[in-house]
Write a protein that binds this ligand. Sequence first.
Ligand SMILES: [Zn+2]
Ligand SMILES: [Zn+2]
Length: 376
Amino acid sequence: MTKQCYYEVLRVTRDASGKEISRSYRKLAVQFHPDSNPGDEDANQQFKLAAEAYEVLSDPEKRARYDRYGHAGVDGAGSHFGSAEDIFAAFGEIFGGGSSMFGDFFGGQGGRGGRRGADIRVDVKLTLEEAAHGVTKTVTFQRNSICETCDGKGSQPGTQPEMCQQCDGRGQVIQSAGILRVQTTCPVCRGSGQIIVHPCEDCGGSGSISRTVDLEVSIPAGVDDGMRVRLTNEGEPGNAGGRPGDCYCFIHVRAHKLFHRDGQNLILQMPITYTQAALGCEIEVPTLSGAENITVPRGTQSGAVFKIAGKGMPHPQGGRPGSLMVQTFIETPKKISTEQEQVLRQLADLEQIEVLPERKNFLDRIKEYFAVSEES
Ligand SMILES: [Zn+2]
Ligand SMILES: [Zn+2]
């Protein structure tokens, strides 16, 4: 089986320039791309053959060998192209930047061909109540958007970029060192294949302008500090049809005066008096959704924990909510009335425990003691 002539495959003449070869290849690659011809084996073959022909003819050295020796001079060309992905790995750069044709083509099909935009990070501060109930917040950040003056092309309207002389519009250059030859991105045009001669005045030739963006983000109930909410495709725009990045909202939950969070649970430190602990009582405790009554049984120890199921934080993915853990501690009064003191002293007598005497009596006794010492 004789192999088809590479010039015929790419539908160019034998004296075609590098630019003509690139242009023709781009057109054929779009035409025969497997995504546009599902199940068409013929198109698939054409697609691979075009890539093989382009690999040879786009490289001045290989092209010279091919012109001189035919297929024998470039034996093995294209054999490493197993799939469309391999071809894009090899030639993807020529479709980015300079020619929007290929980029646009794949932009509509999920953004292959172009580079994906960068992600953006924003911080969102919430109160514990907002984290518990869910909230809609407006986030404000800076994001690049396509310059409308030049339509993202970077050239002043009415002017055209020029083809890069360094890489002949390919965006790739071959660097040789002995027998080693490496294809790299052109350093002059950075792979776009074009040089902007008259930069757009609004964007300075970058094709994009940084703008302040306000976005509403719906924060689900139950989020915790350090979680992030993703706003898909709200990051920086992609390059040459690549899909935009995402915007990540990092959640920060402020400390609360009453409740301390422990995963899904909330912890509340609840003071009770000695008598409440000893005799038992009903107390009202605050929760994030109104007050609840709990029964503190007779003989409760300081530090005892009472659990109110379902009154913790909701589960961000809709699972079971956590509990409110009420930890009691006995609060000692700093001031007591005379009457209270009398009762407490009676209690101490009953318990036969040593307590400090009343201050007045104590001082009197010290006086007596010294008086006796002086007499003797
Ligand atoms: Zn512009
Ligand atoms: Zn270049």
